[in-house]
Design a protein around this ligand. Structure first.
Ligand code: BDP
Length: 724
């Protein structure tokens, strides 16, 4: 297997060779497949410096993970350093040395003491003396942590950090750092825009794609340690012996990379798969069924991670069908998983029409009474905002409100509501905004990051989930820039206090270019990109005004869906009096779910942050903003500015031609063209639609949209990708 891996890696390195050109056609260009693990030769001066302290490498240990480390170094070092440096089987001076605890000499007491505090996943990087020799040391307690350290060192090298005197160590802030694949067994990816599912269920368990290894490498390189293979809208078949054999094969492939496999399960599987007449969690036959199923899974996959469950949400079965609570359902599964050290990730994304409560409030109402009632191996997985991955939402009020239940963050990396895979939107700034948001739950500085990493409430387990944006597209994410969102997710899951900007810088240097001016330009574009998209889609706190079902494009007019809270008009509430959702105490009082003083701040439009204004307030069209503009003028100006910013992005990107690999440059250019068209479409549709209610003219200097609202309303997209 490893031989195959090595061979394919070399092939991959080969396919990155300088492309040939014929006019605009690009043959054999860099497809982006290598992600941020490109390992193209560093600038000469840097190479020379590194070669002073690294003349060979030495990896102590022979586990499968050690073999992965060796293979990675073999792919990386000769290529980065453009030198024929090699592995040595013995310790030497001026070497890169990778050590796992049981290989470390007992006389190295200081190093061993440092390692005592680093757990199973932390690592030390240290340039200095080891056993009398001057070496560049990667040391850790376990092989997987040594792999993380190896990737961290390669990242330092790829981004040009001087190794001289390097002395650092790192441990992850969160324990479970998991990707959620919304992949169906027929390889359709729900809300996926980058090809088919990576998992070729038909050819599993025999056929092992190189891509599976490269996926695991990419994850390990940013510290992701778990993957939920299948859609939260789960097919019960995933638990059948036929599929478990395939899952087992993937788990075997991923194990050396420290990547544990989890599955989404359908709550009524004992019925639909097991033939029982109920899935009531209180029925002993049901628990016995799950117990046997779990035993079978662990027989095959001893390090299986556990279950992710979407229950009583959007038509999925759940404990509520039997009058039981979410805790009753989660605890039954938790009890059968506990003896195997498995966890339950129970989703809080629930909303039910019959409760007749405003949607943004429902998860809080349903879950806070259950605080402290879950088994210790349950995490409640909460989407970052109270509705559904909108371009901008306030943080979910559940964060901070369940001190006795581990809450796990769920981010969406795939771009369901942010332009699919054609809009350039760097999510690092969104992740940062949410993680840095202050819940005030224990006074100022009680950030969401401190809730989820357990600092505030001493959670026994911690975690973060990201809904993956990857598929079989040659560049994994459909749009080369969107690889950065996978990268940023992993980096924030490791350390939620990192800055979005430094992550963008590293990613750009590792993936696109090391030219300082080009790096600055691209990072600047990345940093502004999400705000730009918010401006042309949902400025000032607007939300959920996209196309019905497929969620593609603008459709503030949607008013025909079966439930009130699936319709755009429910959310923007535009009428001749004004626009926005009154969630203040005079309206549905969602603000009461936040702690003071945030609650009071959000209760009044004057003290609500402008980017969330219409999330919390219904305001007259001529309401005056802090800068003196009317609400209507500001809204329209956002739409126009957002579209203009995309036009500017296309020019800035065009100017980078020649500094980026040609195929990638061309792909991003083409996507920007689509994004520009769609930004203008959003602008025109929203401005024309809302103008019917405001009855106000466009602010001076802005040309009226050329589009016709009725024509825009009639657009249909029957085969838009990613539909549920
Ligand atoms: C919504 C998606 C839907 C998912 C659901 C969920 O539109 O496809 O199944 O979230 O998270 O955003 O369960």
């Amino acid at each position: 297997m490893m031989r195959l891996f090595r061979h394919a890696l070399l092939l991959c390195l080969f396919c990155s060779a300088t492309p040939a050109f014929a006019g605009d056609a690009i043959i054999g260009g860099d497809t982006g497949y290598r992600l941020w693990l490109k390992y193209d030769a560093l600038p000469e001066i840097q190479r020379r410096n590194y070669l002073k302290s690294i003349k060979s490498w030495y990896v102590a240990g022979n586990s499968d993970t050690h073999k992965v480390i060796r293979t990675e170094l073999e792919a990386a070092l000769p290529s980065l350093l453009a030198s024929d440096i090699k592995e040595h089987t013995q310790l030497r001076k001026q070497q890169l040395v990778v050590l796992t605890r049981d290989q470390i000499a007992a006389s190295e007491t200081e190093l061993l003491t440092t390692l005592n505090n680093l757990g199973d996943e932390g690592y030390v990087l240290r340039q200095g003396r080891y056993q009398g020799r001057s070496v560049m040391l990667v040391a850790a307690n376990t092989p997987v942590a040594a792999l993380y350290g190896t990737y961290a060192l390669l990242r330092e090298m790829q981004t040009g950090t001087p190794l001289n005197g390097l002395a650092t160590h790192s441990t992850p802030a969160l324990q479970l750092r998991v990707l959620n694949h919304w992949d169906d067994l027929d390889r359709h990816v729900e809300r996926g825009f980058a090809g088919e599912s990576l998992w070729d269920w038909h050819k599993l368990p025999v056929y092992e794609y190189q891509r599976y290894h490269d996926y695991a490498r990419a994850n390990a390189s940013i510290g992701i340690n778990g993957t939920v293979l299948n859609n939260v809208n789960a097919d019960p078949l995933i638990l059948s012996p036929l599929y478990l054999e395939k899952v087992e094969a993937l788990a075997d492939t991923f194990r050396p990379y420290g990547l544990r496999v989890y599955l989404s399960v359908k709550f009524n599987s004992p019925q639909s798969l097991g033939g029982l007449d109920t899935a009531d969690p209180f029925d002993p036959r049901v628990e016995a069924w799950w117990k046997d199923k779990v035993a079978d899974i662990y027989q095959r996959i001893p390090d299986f991670g556990g279950f992710l469950v979407k229950a009583n949400s959007e038509g999925q079965p759940g404990p509520g069908d039997y009058g039981r609570s979410h805790a009753d359902g989660a605890n039954m599964l938790a009890r059968v998983l506990a003896p195997h050290n498995g966890v339950v990730m129970w989703r809080a994304f629930v909303y039910a029409n019959e409760k007749n409560e405003e949607r943004s409030k429902q998860a809080y109402s349903e879950f806070t009474p259950l605080d402290g009632k879950f088994e210790p191996n349950v995490l409640v997985q909460v989407k970052n905002g109270p509705i559904d991955f909108q371009p901008r939402e306030p943080f979910s009020p559940l964060f901070g409100a369940m001190p006795n239940t581990p809450l796990m963050m769920e981010f969406q990396i795939t771009m369901e509501y942010l332009g699919f895979s054609t809009h350039w939107v760097y999510l690092g700034t969104l992740f940062e905004e949410v993680l840095d948001a202050d819940t005030y739950i224990k006074g100022p500085g009680s950030t969401v990051a401190k809730v989820i990493d357990g600092q505030l409430h001493d959670y026994p387990i911690t975690g973060m989930a990201g809904v993956a944006n990857i598929g079989t597209d040659p560049n994994w994410t459909g749009h080369p820039i969107l690889q950065s969102n996978w990268f940023a997710y992993g980096r924030f899951a490791w350390d939620p206090t990192l800055s979005a900007e430094s992550i963008a810088q590293n990613w750009t240097r590792m993936s696109l270019t090391r030219e300082p001016a080009a790096v600055d330009e691209i990072v600047d574009m990345m940093m502004q990109s999400r705000e730009t998209t918010v401006s042309y889609m949902t400025p000032l706190g607007l939300h959920h005004i996209m196309g019905a079902d497929h969620h593609y494009g603008p459709a503030p007019w949607v008013d025909f869906l079966g439930r009130d809270d699936w319709n755009s008009v429910y959310y923007h509430r535009a009428d001749t009096d004004g626009i926005g959702f009154d969630r203040s105490p005079s309206g549905v009082d969602a603000v009461s779910q936040y702690a003071s003083p945030l609650r009071e701040e959000l209760s009044k439009p004057e003290t609500t942050p402008e980017p969330l204004l219409l999330w919390f307030h219904h305001l007259p069209w001529d309401y005056t903003l802090a800068d003196g503009r009317t609400l209507w003028d500001a809204l329209v100006q956002h739409y126009y500015q957002g579209a203009d910013d995309v036009a500017e992005m296309t020019q800035r990107w065009a100017a980078l031609k020649g500094q980026i690999s040609p195929l990638i440059h061309k792909q991003v250019s083409m996507s920007l063209q689509i994004q520009l068209n769609e930004a203008r479409w959003w602008r025109d549709a929203c401005v024309l639609y809302f103008q019917q209610y405001s009855g106000m003219p466009l602010p001076k200097g802005l040309a009226a949209p050329q589009a016709d609202l009725d024509t825009l309303k009639q657009k249909q997209f029957p085969h838009a990708p990613g539909q549920g």
